[in-house]
Design a protein around this ligand. Sequence first.
Ligand code: SF4
Ligand code: SF4
Length: 283
Amino acid sequence: MPEFFSGSLRCDLCPRRCDISEGKSGRCGVRQNRGGEPFLPRYGFITAMAMDPIEKKPLYHFRPGSSILSIGFSGCNLHCPFCQNWRISQNSEAPGRVMNTDEIINTVLGSGNLQIAYTYSEPLIHIEFLLDCMKKAREAGIANVLVTNGCINTEAAEKILALTDAANIDLKCFSEKTYAEILGGNLQTVLDFIRLAHKTKVHVEVTTLVVPGLNDSEAELDGCADFIAGLGPPEIPWHLTAYHPDYRWKAPPTDPAALMDAAHRARQKLKYVYTGNIGLTRF
Ligand code: SF4
Ligand code: SF4
């Protein structure tokens, strides 16, 4: 059985551990069972490609001022009802085209910036393609940047983080219940991923989209800040970003003043706290 699958036929990549029936997909929509074998119809299928400022990932402490070729895929193992990229993350049939790893590496080399971001939807559900592409990138002297929900199991996390130079990892809240019942994820898995990335000496920054009524209580944001602070040096930057109504979540946007208050409070525990999605203002 190929890596990350077991039994007949279970995907072990993320905590959902989907048992996938013949002809069906797992919950992410992109990992399938065909004839009892794993089938990855979206291997190398790119739905978005753009040259972005690295601060847009957001990464503020990794090669600041540079640009980065960013590629996106389709599908996600989580189903956040406020997803701001839902057109590709919640659509395993999102349009795009297949690119092979050489094509991607050559595009990065031609861009003049030796770095690539795997981003936009959830890249880790395409781990087989990522490992192939990231190995070639390393050989070519290209830095690998992950923008991820961090919700994969340890064995897979170790493999991917060994090839990762920098990562922005979502810490969406500090509640197991919210992760499980609203997002479809697992808090402990994400905490383990962040801890492992930091221990592996990946440059880590963490992002929390502050969604009113979901994760904006003092207790919950303090829980996130305490966890990040507890990882110790080097100190991890934390991005608190404003939510805007999107997809299935229609509550009013995050109040900028409340976001500033949350950042102010977080700075009592953390050295680097940034606000985002409220214009270009940083406090
Ligand atoms: S990666 Fe996809 S198929 Fe695998 S366990 Fe997670 S949701 Fe299921
Ligand atoms: S993890 Fe990210 S891409 Fe996936 S549904 Fe949630 S917000 Fe969207």
